[in-house]
Design a protein around this ligand. Sequence first.
Ligand code: TNX
Length: 552
Amino acid sequence: MRPHTARRGALSRALPRLLGSLLLVTAAGISSACAAPEASAAGGAPAASEPRPLGQIVPAPVSVRPGGSPYALTPATAIRVDGSSGEVRRIGEYLAGVLRPSTGYALPVTDRSGPGGIRLRLGSADTSLGAEGYTLTSGRGSVTITARKPAGLFHGVQTLRQLLPDRIERDSVQKGPWKVAGGTVTDAPRYGYRGVMLDVSRHFFSVAEVKRYIDQVALYKINTFHIHLSDDQGWRIAVDSWPNLATYGGSTEVGGGPGGYYTKSQYKEIVRYAASRYLEVVPEIDMPGHTNAALASYAELNCDGVAPPLYTGIKVGFSSLCAAKDVTYRFIDDVIGEVAALTPGRYLHIGGDEAHSTSHEDYARIMERAQAAVGRHGKTVMGWHQLTGASPVEGAVAQYWGYDKTSAADRQQVVDAAKNGTRLVLSPADRVYLDMKYTADTVLGLKWAGLVEVQRSYDWDPAAYLTGAPADSVLGVEAPIWAETLTDSDDIDAMAFPRLPGAAELGWSPAETHDWDTYKLRLAALGPRFTAMGIDYYRSPQVPWPAEPAED
Ligand code: TNX
């Protein structure tokens, strides 16, 4: 779907420098936009007819040059995808799908040129924008989004969405005006990997629930969907060569509910849907621990040949694949082969966390064989950072999920691996584990990594987080949601919002824009948008939320 990250990552990291002069010119624009005086003075949202200031979006853009007349959507507006590919037309249709229900306008998507409207254009943009950057220029009569690649246009469309009034997100016709402030936004990501993870094993989530989350996170330019498909409590993906995994291993979940699994065509539908929102899917098959559902499904996978019962509690670290048996490696190769064949993305995640019932020697042996299988099936290895305690293969990506109590030695092991070429995705548990409680009063969630309020979740720097790791070893940031306590979309909403936009900003925005005092105002301005999208978010007292209009 997209070129390999290495080059793009370098470009993204260079971008703030390349655009440095522009940033300098527009820093005042950013800060005045971010300061959003209306947020405190008038209860948050700009007055009904005033467009939202150009920089007042999450994630913060690289640069903003406000000025000129605003643009206004009208019943005559067309979405012009002039002379471009089917993919650009699909992005135009996606945008129309967002804008039609609330405006009630026809918003035809057309490749005929015309005097104005919303224009989506591929090409000609500054090469430093890379594969995901865009420019958005708004003025009287037109808004033009230009990008080098479709992903950039899609991200520009998310910016346009956030610049329109909150009620644009509603699914019934609302009153205009539909204005976008005049000026230019120039934008591209700091990191190439900006992920979310959903644990569909501890509780199963339907395809519709997964799509809902994908749609929610796309608004913040998240580009990776990591799906945790197997764990002690449930196996969630059909595997033809080992059918009991899904039919038996997927038949329950935490608390003893009915569980479920995705058929291959359902999984492909998730992949297709994610791709239509420019998210790459990273499937995870966790091993050698977190495997009770598999061990319960096939007695021969157990060292003693006895299948344990299915498990519906929330303990970790008690299960292990059997390093001494050949069948273990056949199982690993078969499963990885089938999952890889269903997955167009680059990565296949093999877990490797909390293998407390596996000896170090067995762990190293199984992870070595699993990594080889991933390579054989054409994918790049991802694993939780414990993989750095074995021998990560060249090109492997380790996902760091430590927290403030992680020992210096464990951190050092990860840093040393990074110095040796292992790349890192950062998911510090006391920052971006979205299943951590916000406060002691939060009903849902866990608290083993501490309480994670909104400011704590946002206020860290991915480049400085693991002292000693080379800056270019960091591919980006991912915010996981573990689902021991979460059963449906409402639960996901309550834990992801409002922390998820902050994690997305850490992955996208230049370090120079990082500032809690201005971020919290931009976040506050998103409150009514969450509501318009049907998200019942946590009203953190750290954020000056505006008063919300009464529900209609
Ligand atoms: C740790 S993070 C786990 C998961 C749990 C999670 C709960 C990681 C790689 N392993 O098995 O679900 O904590 O927060």
